[in-house]
Design a protein around this ligand. Structure first.
Ligand code: NAP
Length: 292
């Protein structure tokens, strides 16, 4: 199977590249931003026409949730317009498209897990542009899968909450972390594994939208406490004495975030034949890799 991976430099993209490059059944062309800028539709169409992939995976995005509030045009170009161009390019060569999206398409006002068909109502620029990207994919390519994930962390890539907490717990004695936003931390390797497992099943029966996160529920505070506990148990020298739970109101940010963004993953569990691993189990594996 010929696979074009775009966004290969990101935290999910790097895990996907490592996994798919090792797969004998996959001929992979992995492009990071330097080799393929998704805001250049002509370059993108040419690359797709030259390689003629059977599947395109879009792991690229503008993911700076707060910065997006002051850079809406750039967020729109990468998150909303580029997926549309990619969808059209996929359709031209009859490729299938796997596109990654986010829990931030929801407003967080529910108190039960969001389903794939729950109404979207993003709260900020990032979520709005990601939702527009989903719509552009659906409009531009009828052979597509949209995989919404959440609270992504991994050992690879520039940075994420887990890496930041690990670093700060070696620099500070006190951290304040929000406890009134809940969701599900999700390991990049599990996301890459789910996508790799879906590839052979792509077809008319499986096109559509899926939620994929690790199992379980956490607040950012619980997530931070677990990161610190795991680091301590792995012998990392920590300066941190206390993690203080605070409210969202105590920590104002430019972008409003959903208070509750747990997503139900039954649909993808049926397809994969298993439930995603619990977030604590995956976090412990990633921390062992990071701290080992
Ligand atoms: N991070 C999260 O917590 C989270 C949560 C829910 C869903 N998601 C979704 O998961 C997917 C993967 O996210 P991630 O966490 O792996 O993000 P990431 O680490 O920020 O990676 C995104 C990649 O996209 C690249 N990119 C940005 N603009 C581009 C452009 N114009 N052309 C080509 N590439 C471009 C970035 O390149 P540069 O590094 O050069 O900017 C980066 O390598 C995204 O769809 C994201 O929306 C993420």
């Amino acid at each position: 199977m010929k696979v074009l991976l775009v966004g290969a430099g990101g935290q999910v993209g790097q895990e996907l590249e490592a996994l798919l490059a090792a797969d004998q059944g996959v001929t992979l062309l992995a492009c990071d931003r330097a080799s393929l800028d998704l805001t250049q539709p002509q370059a993108m169409a040419e690359r797709v026409q030259a390689f003629v992939p059977e599947v395109i995976i879009n792991a690229a995005a503008y993911t700076a949730v707060d910065r997006a509030e002051s850079e809406p045009e750039l967020a729109e170009a990468v998150n909303a317009l580029a997926p549309g161009y990619l969808a059209q390019a996929a359709t031209q060569v009859q490729a299938q498209l796997v596109h990654i999206s986010t829990d931030y398409v929801f407003d967080g006002r529910q108190s039960v897990p969001y389903r794939e068909d729950s109404p979207c109502n993003p709260l900020g620029v990032y979520g709005r542009t990601k939702r527009a990207g989903e719509e552009a994919v659906i409009a531009g390519c009828d052979r597509s899968v949209i995989l919404r994930t959440a609270w992504v962390y991994g050992a690879k890539g520039k940075g994420n909450f887990a890496k930041t907490i690990l670093r700060l717990s070696q620099e500070r004695d006190h951290l304040r972390v929000v406890y009134d936003q809940v969701g599900t931390p999700t390991w990049t390797r599990d996301i890459a594994g789910a996508i790799a497992q879906i590839l052979p099943h792509l077809g008319p029966d499986t096109y559509g939208t899926y939620h994929f996160t690790n199992s379980g529920v956490s607040s950012w505070y619980d997530f931070a406490v677990e990161i610190v506990a795991l680091a301590a148990s792995m012998g990392v020298p920590l300066t941190l004495q206390q993690v203080e739970p605070i409210t969202t109101a105590d920590y104002p940010t430019p972008a409003q975030r959903p208070a509750y963004s747990v997503m139900g993953c039954e649909k993808i569990a049926d397809l994969l034949g298993h439930k995603p691993p619990h977030w604590r189990q995956s976090l412990s594996k990633m921390m062992a890799e990071l701290c080992g």
